[in-house]
Ligand binder design. Structure first.
Ligand SMILES: *Cc1c(COP(=O)(O)O)cnc(C)c1O
Length: 434
């Protein structure tokens, strides 16, 4: 691999003052080896590192940059907002406008509250669901990521229902005990659990399009059973749409799947590249929140004018430009380019996609629908491919189990660069799956 001396020097400084040299662990190259690149600028679908090398960016800051980097209208909205003052500690116009946008767009959303990250959104949605139902227990699915709040940092063991095994040090067993983990793609397990214990379960939280452990597309029957059984049990159904909201459709996965949850959480796209999260849903649940109700939740910078303006500008461009249809067309074009390339790989490989989310699954058989079916061998196959792509000027996630993101800035030419680089990377990849 050719050297990137400026990045290396910065990362040496970074590792002294930042754990692992990063502010979020997914940015480290632990899964693929090597040193993370330090970025200096981005424009459209391309980013430039501190050594002056350019890459076509399929990470898009892990989802927010649905219009690409430094979109002129988002920039202008941010500059205009900043010139009027960044935050007032009082309601502001863009906050109310963005809320109206969300409510108009998302199925069943009557009221919404802004926070500053997806983690805060899911954490607060769980709290309000508990306050509303007066129940403590929650259900999540293995392989779904909902940010790093204590009750959600719990993963499944294999197969059996797992009670409260934290997947992070620092999460007390006692906190995790109220979290039950079930496998995706198994409506029988879910139904049995809810019919036996549903009266103790405050909420079921799910990524309706799970995109944090590969892209685990769910069967409609499973999601319909989830809606039916939670309603029957009086359990709040929370769709975590932090990735899928305003990316897969104007009304997120809920619109696409035709299933309306009781609460939904948002982040990423709705902040236009600034820190924003939101949660909302039925009025009778949201009314539990302070100052109307007894569930406390607050934030100094929540709904600040700059972040709200960036989000509004992003949604306006998406709406004006028929963004979701265009993103899907871009995704389809990429699929048509990459399928034949992956079919010729020296190991089993397939292209999984929904709209502008894609995943190169480096294993055989049907595309997996649960975390239990995702193979560990994929990580070894991914490593050399990742580095070959990086050398060829293509940035994809430094992990075999993270999805790729497309933006409105990605052109046919950008997609073709990924196709050509991937074909060349796979032709020299070892076939044994090492
Ligand atoms: C990214 C993500 C979160 C957490 O959002 P942060 O802004 O990183 O805290 C929650 N849920 C899902 C589905 C996500 O992809």
């Amino acid at each position: 691999m050719s050297d990137r001396p400026v990045s290396k020097a910065w990362m040496e400084r970074a590792t002294r003052v930042l754990p692992g040299g990063v502010s979020s662990p997914v940015r480290a190259f632990r899964a693929v080896g090597g040193t993370p690149l330090v970025m200096r600028s981005g424009s459209g679908a391309e980013i430039t590192d501190v050594d002056g090398r350019r890459y076509v960016d399929f990470v898009c800051s892990w989802g927010p940059l649905i219009l690409g980097h430094a979109h002129p209208e988002v920039q202008a909205a941010i500059v205009a907002a900043v010139s009027r003052g960044t935050t007032f500690g009082a309601p502001c116009e863009p906050e109310i406008e963005l809320a109206e946008h969300l409510v108009a767009a998302y199925p069943g959303l009557e009221q919404v509250r802004f926070v500053s990250s997806g983690t805060e959104a899911t954490m607060s949605a769980i709290r309000v669901a508990r306050g509303f139902t007066g129940r403590d227990r929650i259900i999540k699915f293995s392989g779904c990521y909902h940010g790093h709040a204590d009750p959600l940092l719990v993963a499944a063991g294999s197969g059996l229902v797992t009670y409260g095994r934290p997947s992070s040090a620092g999460v007390p067993e006692a906190f995790a005990k109220e979290t039950v983990v079930l496998p995706l793609d198994d409506e029988e397990r879910l139904t049995t659990y809810l019919r036996e214990h549903g009266d103790k379960v405050a909420a079921v939280i799910i990524e309706p399009v799970p995109a944090n452990n590969g892209l685990l597309l769910q069967r409609a029957e499973f999601l319909q059973a989830l809606r039916r059984e939670t309603a029957r049990a009086g359990t709040v159904l929370i769709f975590d749409e932090v990735i899928s909201g305003f990316r897969l459709a104007r009304g997120g996965a809920a619109e696409l799947l035709g299933i309306t949850p009781d609460l939904a959480t948002f982040g990423k796209v709705i902040g236009g590249g600034l820190p924003v999260g939101a949660f909302g849903g039925r009025r009778e649940i949201m009314r539990q929140l302070a100052p109307e109700g007894p569930v406390y939740q607050a934030g100094t910078l929540s709904g600040n004018a700059v972040a709200m303006s960036a989000g509004l500008a992003t949604l306006r461009v998406l709406e004006r430009e028929n963004g979701w249809a265009r993103l899907d067309a871009t995704g389809r074009a990429l699929e048509e380019m990459l399928r034949p390339v992956l079919a010729r790989a020296p190991f089993p490989a397939q292209f999984v996609r929904l709209g502008s989310l894609f995943w190169m699954s480096l294993q055989g058989g049907e595309p997996p629908r649960s975390a239990e079916r995702v193979e560990a061998a994929a990580a070894d196959r991914y490593r050399p491919v990742f580095h070959a792509l990086l050398e060829a000027g293509i940035a994809i996630a430094p992990s075999a189990y993270e999805v790729g993101f497309l933006s409105l800035a990605h052109t046919e030419a950008h997609l073709a660069r990924l196709r050509d680089a991937l074909a060349s990377a796979l032709s020299s990849a070892p076939s044994a799956g090492q």
